[in-house]
Design a protein around this ligand. Structure first.
Ligand code: 26Q
Length: 811
């Protein structure tokens, strides 16, 4: 790379001058960042090209991960780190007299996703590259990412997030790989002179899909993968047809903005346009790639795997059929075999309101040819299934139902693999949500528990902890996370435990400084830092957390001299702009924070902080400082969760319901090192089926609960009367859909247990260490290995990574 700090300094100065024609000392921090990032990007260009060419020459099998969302986080530091030049760069930047951390913060954090699903896609991109697996991301280059959240008088206000303002150093626009995507118009079929049925199109709206490629750098490998994000433009030859700004905006509007809803699906035409736009451009570019391999078409599934990340890209199935049948002139049967062998699908939700279904007439008019193909897929499916399984099951699994196109059904029927994202979630899919399909295709179903990249979430976000681990067990764990379990041998070692506590305290002090600077609020780093960071949703039950806070507050008011473990409650969450109840919960928690933080009776015993604009960059600051990880969704609702894994790996104790991957966390860390409470998913099912739940009688009979709930409506919380009433009503009068009141007592008891454990520092530190030691199985490297071996059948292209073996047993 750079042979010396001097060389780096020279290269930096030269590049700065070339670009701006003044010296770097005269530049803004943004300009100084841009030059540094460009210098780093230039260093990886050669490997990027070499990787692409090698894969092409050797006709290597490639994986394409189709996702409407990616949340990569800032990339300068992680790229430098993965390239192995971070310390060199830091030295050089110091030599220049610049502040590296300031330059890092000058980079925009691309919020091209809502939450877990998008962040998972980015963790997977990191693992694919780091394992040397030929993996490509395929998504949308939204001009505006997920809204920037501000609080005005405690209410969420959404501001546009124009992340491209200062130029995106990491992307490369590749005009030569642009494709046309067609919408609307009319289609009819004609026979050509070779007896092929050819679709004829009239009156279509043609949109140019231009790819912007971003390098995905592997950790200590020379392989560089590609993330391809598509942007919508007017085709050059059609520019003259577009006269008004409105007409132009309509096209560009396709990739203008990310839909900010992660749970409540709304059938908007623009969203369907976005989905097909990404799918069509992506599949066309894959077919072009395969053509370069010069192989018979039946080898397609041996060289290409396409992964469908939730149903959002499910049109891949129909688009691949369209290209193989209409453009490559394969028979329907041949095309269908290739399609099913190529595609695989991951489900990320069991919430019924989140399942994508598009009105047939909308799809028919926007995508006439695609709809014809879906109709034919459905016709053949019904024809085959009906005689074998009868009417009921056939209609329940059909793609076309009640005037709607069921996207999950399309994805399942067109894929060879269907997976859930945690053991419990996969079981719920097989036994409940997708039971009929499990009857039809038991062999398609499999589990792939989510994972996280330790590079971003430990090595980079928590250097102090990383150094401590290195000093105890060496550096091998960075290549092979299973080694983390060696930490267990230090569970009784006072020196290690004290150092671990010191690391945590320093991280908490850093976060406390940040809180003071951002919120003007002083918090005591010696308190328990209790963290709930995730999208705001009733099923995730941030309001249960709020009820506990209120209960504690009332206890302190009863007896201001009470001997209680000091706590800081930390929240980070965005609510979908249209989700009124979620926004009311935000306002309520902010009002409780005002009350608690300004009450002199409370003092240091308790503080509440709701961070604005939670996202990847904030998570990197919060997670290393967490003591308690709140994973309190109603059992059966959270598919997996991934913040639970990040917090555990940073030594937080999990306070959890038996939901999603929490169950696996418990298995790995052991029941003594996690605090579990609440209904099980089976109990939730039973309560639902028996109709025996009456939240109002709990309100009336449980004194403690009664007092807390009354505090929502009796003026205890100033400035949130309406919101308090809304929460009260949903819990008491509308029978509490997510069983908050049922789980309340058990949750309070679990919180008291946390206090008790924390009181004995040695006990706590030991548990914290054991959590870190048991977090290895949640490495995304292992998750990706399993996808690669069991679903995609691709091969790592760097031999030094073959030692990475998944770890299955509890430590
Ligand atoms: C769908 C249609 C129209 C508009 C938006 C959407 C949409 C967008 C995003 C629907 C869902 C999402 C995101 C879902 C999500 O993030 N799910 C989470 O995925 C994580 C990774 O598997 C899991 O850990 C979480 O449990 C799950 O909630």
């Amino acid at each position: 790379m750079f042979t010396s700090t001097d060389k780096f300094v020279q290269a930096y100065k030269k590049l700065f001058q070339n670009r701006y024609a003044f010296t770097y000392e005269q530049g803004t921090t943004e300009q100084q960042y841009i030059v540094l990032a460009t210098l780093i990007k230039n260093q990886l260009a050669e490997n990027w090209q070499a990787t692409r060419e090698q894969y092409l020459n050797e006709k290597v099998k490639q994986v394409y991960y189709f996702s409407m969302e990616f949340l990569p986080g800032r990339q300068m530091k992680s790229n430098a780190y993965n390239m192995g030049i971070l310390s060199e760069i830091e030295k050089g930047v110091a030599e220049l007299g610049l502040n590296f951390d300031e330059l890092v913060e000058a980079e925009a954090d691309p919020a091209l996703g809502n939450g877990g699903l998008g962040r998972l896609a980015s963790c997977f991109m990191d693992s694919l590259a780091s394992l040397g697996i030929p993996g490509n991301g395929n998504g949308i280059r939204y001009q505006y990412g997920l809204f920037r959240q501000k609080f005005v008088d405690g209410h969420q206000v959404e501001l546009p997030e124009y992340w491209l303002r200062n130029q995106n150093v990491w992307e490369t626009r590749n005009d030569q790989s642009s494709y046309i995507v067609r919408f609307g118009g009319h289609v009819w079929m004609e026979i050509d002179h070779q007896d092929h049925w050819i679709p004829k199109y009239e009156g279509t709206q043609n949109v140019l899909a231009v790819p912007y490629d971003t390098p995905m750098v592997g950790y200590r490998t020379n392989k560089v993968n590609n993330l391809r994000l598509w942007s919508a433009e007017i085709p050059v030859e059609e520019e003259e047809n577009y006269h008004t700004v409105q007409e132009t905006d309509q096209i560009k509007g396709i990739t203008q903005v990310l839909y900010p809803d992660d749970s409540n699906y709304e059938g908007r035409l623009l969203r369907l346009k976005q989905e097909y736009f990404m799918v069509s451009a992506g599949v066309q570019s894959i077919v072009r790639q395969f053509q370069k391999y010069n192989l018979p078409r039946k080898f397609f599934p041996e060289k290409i795997a396409i992964h469908i990340n939730d149903t959002h890209p499910a049109l891949v199935v129909a688009e691949l059929m369209r290209i193989l049948v209409d453009e490559e002139h394969l028979s329907w049967e041949q095309a269908w075999e290739i399609t099913c062998k190529t595609c695989s699908y991951t489900n990320h939700t069991v919430l019924r309101e989140a399942l994508e279904k598009w009105p047939i007439d909308m799809m028919q008019s926007l995508l006439p040819r695609i709809y014809m193909i879906i109709e034919e897929i459905n016709r053949r499916f019904v024809e085959e299934t009906l005689p074998l399984y009868g009417e009921k099951l056939t209609w329940q699994t059909a793609i076309l139902q009640d005037g709607m196109v069921n996207m999950a059904h399309l994805a399942i029927i067109g894929s060879h693999s269907v997976n859930g994202v945690a053991q419990l979630h996969t079981e719920i899919l097989m036994n409940d949500v997708l039971r009929d399909f499990f009857t039809l295709y038991p062999g398609k179903f499999n589990n792939k528990t989510n994972g996280i990249t330790q590079r971003r979430w430990m090595h980079l976000a928590n250097p102090r902890l990383t150094q401590l681990i290195d000093s105890k067990i060496g550096e091998e764990w960075k290549q092979n996370p299973a080694e983390l379990k060696l930490l267990k041998t230090f569970e009784q070692d006072d020196d290690t435990l004290e150092k671990l506590a010191e690391v945590k305290l320093q991280n908490k002090t850093d976060l406390a400084d940040y809180i003071e600077q951002q919120h003007g609020l002083k918090v005591n780093p010696q308190s328990i830092f209790d963290v709930q960071i995730k999208r705001l949703h009733a099923y995730k039950r941030q309001h249960l957390n709020a009820l506990h806070i209120l209960d504690r507050y009332l206890r302190i008011k009863d007896d201001p001299a009470i001997d209680i473990q000091p706590r800081v409650f930390l929240f980070g969450a965005k609510a979908a702009p249209s989700y009124t109840y979620a926004k009311q919960i935000i306002k309520l928690i902010n009002a409780i924070a005002d009350l608690v933080n300004n009450d002199p009776d409370v003092g240091d015993k308790m503080k509440v902080v709701f961070f604005e604009n939670y996202g990847v960059s904030l998570a990197e600051k919060i997670i290393p400082a967490a003591d308690v990880s709140e994973q309190i969704s109603l059992a059966g609702k959270e598919a997996s969760g991934t913040s639970n894994m990040k917090l555990m790996a940073n030594g937080a104790m999990t306070l959890a319901t038996l939901d999603g991957a929490n169950i696996e966390i418990k298995e790995y860390v052991g029941e003594d090192n996690i605090v579990v409470f609440g209904l099980s998913s089976t109990e939730v099912d039973q309560l639902n089926q028996s109709h025996a739940y009456h939240s109002k009688s709990l309100y009336e009979s449980n004194e403690r609960l009664n007092r807390v709930l009354n505090a929502l409506i009796d003026g205890t919380i100033p400035n949130a009367q309406q919101e308090g009433e809304a929460v009260f009503d949903s819990l008491v009068h509308y029978n509490d859909e997510y069983f908050v009141l049922e789980d309340f007592d058990d949750y309070i008891a679990a919180q008291d247990k946390i206090d008790q454990l924390y009181a004995d520092k040695k006990v706590w530190n030991r548990k914290s260490l054991l959590n870190i030691a048991a977090s290895a199985p949640f490495s995304a490297d292992y998750t990706i290995k399993r996808y690669t071996e069991e679903i995609w059948k691709a091969k790592p292209q760097c031999t030094d990574k073959e030692g990475v073996q998944p770890l299955n047993e509890p430590i």
